[in-house]
Design a protein around this ligand. Structure first.
Ligand SMILES: Nc1ncnc2c1ncn2[C@@H]1O[C@H](COP(=O)(O)OP(=O)(O)OP(=O)(O)O)[C@@H](O)[C@H]1O
Ligand SMILES: [Mg+2]
Length: 125
């Protein structure tokens, strides 16, 4: 048994749409030990992406975490304020977004992402 790095318990995330509620993630629990690789497999729409977006507080406005906890280094990711979760994103927990070649990265500003190509073109590096 290794040291537990990430401990997710009973995560529930739902979407509000036209007055009704969609339970996209309904009581998911898992943990990841140091040095361990965990693969999550399931049919399309079963909630894999929404689970991971919940952990990094990157859900779209229509979604909200209802309950559960996600302990990472002793702190609950789901309860972190903006400054705290921002320090985790990319630095401690990286996320490769689905279909990354055709999407903007929601963690960076549009200015940075659009500007990057111009800067590299103008400066040649
Ligand atoms: N922006 C959204 N608005 C409303 N419902 C959504 C939204 N994003 C996801 N959902 C719903 O949440 C559920 C889980 O979707 P999710 O994207 O997590 O599936 P997934 O397991 O990642 O599927 P895939 O294998 O296709 O990537 C689905 O029923 C989906 O319809
Ligand atoms: Mg997905």
């Amino acid at each position: 048994m290794g040291e537990i790095l990430l401990d997710v318990k009973d995560l529930k995330t739902r979407f509000r749409s036209r007055g009704s509620l969609l339970h996209a993630v309904n009581g998911v629990s898992f943990h990841v030990n140091r040095g361990e690789t965990l693969g999550v497999v399931g049919e399309s729409g079963c909630g894999k992406s929404v689970t991971m977006l919940s952990l990094l507080q990157l859900l779209p406005p229509a979604a909200q975490v209802d309950s559960g906890m996600a302990l990472f280094q002793g702190l609950d990711l789901l309860k972190m304020n903006f400054g705290q979760i921002q320090k985790v994103r990319g630095a401690k927990i990286g996320l490769i977004f689905q279909d990354p070649m055709t999407s903007f990265n929601p963690v960076l500003t549009i200015g940075d992402q659009v500007g990057e190509a111009l800067i590299y073109t103008l400066h040649g590096h």
